[in-house]
Write a protein that binds this ligand. Structure first.
Ligand code: TXA
Ligand code: MG
Length: 329
């Protein structure tokens, strides 16, 4: 199979919807990261996602819907809080984990009784989902379009780098706006649980819910993105406080290690020879460029990547979560 990176146009989106309807895989942009999509009702097509990613088969997938009116066709029970979140944040970077409707297949949920649902906001994703619905399709199962455990893709090129000839069509809609994955909220009865911080901040969730979501306990639904070492670059990466960064860099260079740096406020020393990226100081810009920066630093095959620790505070929660996983060992 030859991978086809095609600019997203009305014609290529229609062709991609045809491919989905035939059971093929299509990578497409969302506002968070690129997704690797398949017809959620076609078990063979869904299995092909797991094979392409190298992902364990019991990890459930998010089903992407054209709009919120499809919610009740996929969830058998929608708590008031979930409906309020859907109304407030869809289309957008929010995934709801809800009790699955009887028609939802085991392939999508990994046998779980819950299903992950999201209405993405990216115009290409929306056009693709609408075109697929016109062909009788009901939803598109899509994990992030990276090899299992690797950093999520925020450009069509990232998808091609990871999946090469494992996906027939990659719709190129440019770089993703949000840059990190959707916020995932599950419900234990009516109690909201934050499974993964993401594109929708916890303050915004709390405003709509009237309370902050709880942290997941041991009995919460599983999520592969919650494994400690997810979203990792290939090189060993380390979080380093700003005040200690230059000294740590000098220590590694003294040992002749090739080092890449993702800085935010620290200035590059004049004598530093390795790859250095100055990340945007604001959280939205930082999140947007994070995965591309990690991939770019990784491409130089450094012995280590040093990441300046981001600020504390609720606004940086999702970024801190992803960096903690990228630097976990
Ligand atoms: O922003 C996003 O959410 C992107 C774009 C493509 O929509 N998708 C994404 O999918 O990040 P993925 O598969 O890489 O991460 C989804 C997470 C996984 O950790 C998965 O285990 C969890 O959501 N998840 C999906 N369905 C679930 C379910 N029924 N129960 C528990 N966790 C679920
Ligand atoms: Mg993923």
């Amino acid at each position: 199979m030859v991978t086809n990176v095609v600019p997203a146009t009305p014609a290529s989106i229609e062709a991609a919807a045809d491919a989905l309807a035939r059971g093929r895989l299509v990578a497409f942009p969302t506002e968070t990261v690129y997704g690797l999509g398949a017809d959620a009702a076609n078990a063979d097509a869904v299995r092909a996602i797991y094979a392409a990613k190298g992902r364990p088969p019991d990890h459930p997938l998010i089903v992407h819907l054209p709009d919120a009116s499809h919610l009740d066709a996929w969830a058998r029970r929608v708590p008031d809080g979930a409906r309020a979140l859907a109304t407030a944040f869809w289309p957008g970077p929010l995934t709801l984990i809800l009790p699955r409707h009887a028609r939802v297949g085991d392939a999508v949920t990994g046998g779980d009784d819950n299903v992950g649902l999201r209405v993405p906001a990216h115009p290409v994703a929306r056009a693709l989902l609408a075109a697929f619905a016109r062909r009788g399709g009901h939803g598109v199962a899509a994990p992030s379009a990276n090899r299992y455990g690797h950093v999520s893709p925020t450009t069509a090129q990232h998808v091609a780098d990871d999946l090469r000839d494992r996906v027939a069509t990659i719709l190129d809609g440019g770089p993703c706006e949000v840059g990190i994955e959707s916020t995932i909220v599950a419900f234990d009865g009516d109690r909201p649980i934050l499974m993964r911080p993401g594109g929708v901040g916890v303050d915004a969730l709390a405003r709509v819910l009237g309370r902050a979501p709880d942290a997941p306990g041991d009995d919460a639904p599983r999520a592969s993105g919650t494994h400690a070492s997810h979203y990792a670059p290939r090189a060993a990466a380390f979080l380093v406080d700003a005040h200690a960064l230059v000294a740590e860099l000098a220590r590694l260079e003294e040992r002749d290690e090739v080092v890449g740096v993702l800085a935010r406020t620290v200035r590059r020393p004049d004598d530093f020879a390795g790859a250095w990226i100055d990340a945007p100081a604001d959280v939205d810009g930082y999140a947007r460029e994070l995965y591309a920066s990690l991939r770019s630093l990784d491409a130089a095959h450094p012995d280590a990547i040093l990441v300046e620790a981001p600020p504390d505070g609720a606004a940086w929660l999702a970024v801190r979560d992803r960096l903690a996983r990228a630097t976990h060992r």
